[in-house]
Design a protein. Structure first.
Length: 108
């Protein structure tokens, strides 16, 4: 069991930590950024998210994944129209305390 745990922990990127995976509560987008480092950064109007990462209202997504462009399009549409969204956090915290997300949904 210890060997399995050690192998799993070695497989994680050095700049991340484990957290809980689940959906956030519905919230409005405060800010949305796509940067030169290949990340989508989202700030939601939240006080707490299920990941328990250091930054409770900040989220990131690497843009290298196959559905990243679709998620970015949904987030842009939601931000432009002031729609409420929820993000599914993956359970990974970035070194700066942002929670990684792997899904987005517009909430009616």
């Amino acid at each position: 069991m210890r060997t399995l745990l050690l192998l799993f922990s070695l497989a994680l990127p050095a700049t991340s930590a484990l957290a809980e995976a689940d959906w956030t509560k519905p919230a409005r987008i405060v800010s949305l950024e796509s940067n030169i480092f290949g990340r989508i950064l989202v700030e939601l109007d939240l006080r707490k998210n299920p990941s328990n990462c250091k930054e409770q209202h900040l989220f990131f997504r690497e843009t290298t994944g196959g559905s990243s462009q679709q998620m970015q399009d949904i987030l842009v549409q939601a931000a432009a129209n002031r729609l409420t969204v929820k993000l599914r956090v993956s359970g990974i915290c970035h070194l700066k305390g942002y929670a990684e997300f792997n899904a987005v949904a517009i909430v009616p």
